[in-house]
Ligand binder design. Structure first.
Ligand code: S3P
Length: 209
């Protein structure tokens, strides 16, 4: 590709991203889905691509409580954590536009769902059990999995939560590919949902000889 041609493509995609930001207005892009779906990893890169702030709800809950999520679960229990989660997400939604990654259980709360619907566009990062297990097994910071059979818990959570996650505005499959590829799929899905024309640039395809 000539420099001029590649420069032209870049401008196109920049216009497309600006268009998404314009149509989004003050709404937040809210990533939902199970532990290991890639909400934080994809969210950070999506925010960078769209030139929007990135906020992680669990980190905000930890900052507000002065404790880690695991410590909150251990000392105060899950119900207390859920209460804090609901309040923090409500507060964060007032500060859009931004990319907001939520913890896996957040969207299960009816009030939080309504708040997200009112102030944001929800995106379910849907992943297969195999992909989720590969990712969650890398870190031991998830109280719902600690001390339990993680695969059994994840299967149960999928059965309980997938029908609720399916209420999201957009569903994107979070496959076992580099995060940037998922970001491109999210940008395309957002552009389509928001009625923006330009698609995310794809890597140049190799022509067959
Ligand atoms: C939870 C998911 C976690 C965290 C907490 C509970 C859940 O966030 O909020 O451990 O109920 O699925 P991630 O989905 O970011 O791991």
């Amino acid at each position: 590709m000539t420099p001029a041609a590649s420069g032209h493509k870049k401008d196109d995609s920049r216009d497309g991203l600006a268009q998404i930001r314009d149509v989004l207005g003050a709404r937040s892009i809210v990533l939902i889905g199970l532990m290991g779906a890639g909400k934080t990893a994809v969210g950070k890169r999506l925010a960078a691509r769209l030139d929007l702030p990135f906020v992680d709800a669990d980190s905000e809950i930890e900052a507000a409580a002065g404790q880690t999520v695991s410590e909150i679960f251990a000392e105060h229990g899950e119900a207390y954590f859920r209460q804090g989660e609901r309040k923090v997400i409500k507060r964060l939604l007032d500060a859009g536009p931004q990319v907001l990654a939520t913890g896996g259980g957040a969207f299960m709360n009816e009030e939080t769902r309504a708040n997200i619907e009112a102030c944001g566009i929800s995106i379910w990062l849907r992943a297969e059990l195999r992909v989720l297990m590969k990712r969650v097994s890398r870190r031991g910071n998830r109280p719902l999995l600690a001390g339990n059979d993680p695969e059994k818990v994840m299967r149960r959570l999928m059965a309980e939560r997938d029908p609720v996650y399916a209420k999201a505005d957009i569903v994107v499959d979070s496959r076992d590919v580099p995060h940037e590829a998922i970001v491109s799929a999210v940008v395309d899905a957002l552009a389509e949902k928001l009625g923006c024309k330009v698609k995310a640039p794809k890597p140049p395809s190799r022509k067959k000889a």
